[in-house]
Design a protein around this ligand. Structure first.
Ligand code: GDP
Length: 289
């Protein structure tokens, strides 16, 4: 099963690994510092982080040592006790427009269904009519319930109603969309804070996860955005989208490291099945194999 998962990673991040494989000679047991540096730069990893990864190591190291160092860069890996999730488990999805929020919500709902869990969506981006429509289309396609309101109405009311509906109908998972208009940041800041407060009012402890959706092709811009949102409401974890077709998979190292947050999933396409649970071990194995 592990081999299969690893293979899936390699396939999904084909572009990234393709570039890297031209750099590191296959099957070579010892790798020189120069080779490693080139490998990581090719994967779009920042120099600062390469230095951090290689700190204190000799000029030539084994694959095993390198693997260990790279996995350690994801030390913020999630330690969620999946056997003991609250019901409903409430996730708030945060990020700028275009990052892939709507699509990712659909993918998360799909995973939920595949796991045999019931799920309800909240169309909390009430700023854009298109966002409500788009999420409704996904809900219909996936055959999951959705709570929505008219454009311009109170987003926190949608959040409250979604959680209340989940409690009343005994639903396992709640996924709530939020607005992502960064150009009116003050309003957005207030809106997100209000949503968080109202979630707590609807259910003590909610939202249980505030997940930031980042466009993986955006590099440093994405990291800056995440920092801004983290200051607004505090982010618990990251989902990086659009890693298919980009050679920038190494950006995952920078994202996890600079934000000091776990990466929960990566998006590798536009379809409902194109979301992979992120595993540092599998990712690094694919990189080095
Ligand atoms: P939102 O504005 O944040 O809700 O973003 P959307 O979910 O509407 O996504 C914006 C665009 O990116 C859409 O065309 C999606 O199909 C596309 N998209 C989202 N995730 C991925 C992904 O993982 N891979 C690719 N190739 N496209 C994606």
């Amino acid at each position: 099963e592990n081999e299969q998962k690893k293979g899936f990673f390699s396939k999904a991040l084909e572009k990234t690994f393709e570039t890297i494989k031209t750099v590191v000679p296959q099957k070579k047991e010892k790798i020189s510092f120069d080779d490693i540096q080139e490998l990581l730069i090719e994967a779009d990893m920042e120099y600062e982080i390469i230095e951090k990864a290689m700190d204190g190591l000799p000029d030539e190291i084994t694959r095993k040592q390198l693997r260990h160092r790279l996995v350690m860069l994801f030390e913020h890996a999630p330690k969620v006790d999946l056997s003991n999730l609250p019901k409903p488990f409430v996730r708030l999805i945060i990020g700028v427009n275009g990052a892939g929020k709507t699509t990712t919500i659909a993918k998360l709902a799909n995973i939920s269904k595949k796991d045999g869990k019931s799920v309800i969506l909240g169309a909390g981006d009430t700023f854009r009519a298109a966002a409500i429509e788009q999420l409704s289309t996904w809900a219909a396609k996936l055959d999951v319930p959705i709570i929505k309101t008219k454009q311009g109405h109170d987003a926190s009311a949608v959040a409250f109603d979604t959680i209340s509906a989940a409690i009343a109908r005994n639903i396992d998972n709640v996924i709530i969309d939020t607005a992502g208009r960064l150009q009116t940041q003050t309003n957005l800041n207030n809106e997100l804070k209000k949503i968080v407060k109202v979630c707590e009012k609807a259910m003590t402890g909610a939202p249980h996860q505030k997940l930031m959706i980042l466009d993986g092709t955006q590099g440093n811009t994405a990291i800056a955005q995440a920092k801004a949102f983290n200051e607004m409401v505090g982010i618990d974890g990251i989902i990086v989208t659009k890693l298919d077709g980009t050679a920038k998979g190494g950006a995952l190292f920078s994202i996890s490291n600079q934000l000091e947050l776990p990466i929960f999933y990566v998006g590798v396409g536009e379809k409902q099945d194109d979301l992979i649970a992120f595993s540092p071990d599998d990712f690094v194995d694919s990189l080095l194999d």
